[in-house]
Design a protein around this ligand. Sequence first.
Ligand code: ATP
Ligand code: MG
Length: 232
Amino acid sequence: MGVTLRDVTRRYPGITALDSVDLVIDDGVSVALTGPSGAGKSTVLHLIGGMDRPDSGTVEIDGQELTSARLDAHRRRIGFVFQRFHLLPALTALDNVLVPVLPRRVDFDRRARAMELLDAVGLAQRARALPSELSGGQQQRVAVARALINRPGLLLADEPTGNLDSTTGREIIDLLLSLSEQYGTTMLIATHDSEVAANCDRIVRLQDGRITSDEKVAPAADVLDRLGGLRP
Ligand SMILES: Nc1ncnc2c1ncn2[C@@H]1O[C@H](COP(=O)(O)OP(=O)(O)OP(=O)(O)O)[C@@H](O)[C@H]1O
Ligand SMILES: [Mg+2]
């Protein structure tokens, strides 16, 4: 899914969380949102995810303005991963992955797809485990599988590695990036981790509710080698 913010402003009493932000994200691209605490990263994710509304300006998804009437349908088409994993403690890993599609009619075999995703995140053997029986990294893997169960065109991740040690965090990011690439999912990750950001296609930096830099990440040397000797 492509995303466009046009002149988006979001205010709270005494605070302008976002100040006339323009941002165009192409379909299938991974973008890191960086910047200090309070810069507006989560606000951007919430507006794009249809969990919050701008005071002025527009959010467009695939060229269509996100209006109040479209919010519910929109939220069902995207995936979220949060800093705190937000798994339901009484449900197994498998059932947690199934939660978003339980109340809905879908055109695929839910359980088969949930198992496929648990396998993709390396947890096929732990499908019956409760969250309390899983490590933090494993819980976040379940959350990643859950975010992908409805085949989202857009994945929003708000500091998905914030509660994990750096090695485990790295694994989660690699997983998010490889799965989103495999499924052609557009991805937006809010992160304080510059190494995480460097692995995305693009880095957008926010400060005080404004975009202060926006850069494409150069592909790593090994990627260029794989593309066939493009290096001089
Ligand atoms: N519900 C709210 N009510 C009042 N102010 C809010 C609310 N949500 C966010 N803000 C303010 O808006 C600004 C942007 O907040 P936001 O959560 O987007 O920052 P952030 O970049 O995600 O920060 P962090 O890195 O700490 O998560 C902050 O000044 C914050 O205090
Ligand atoms: Mg935040």
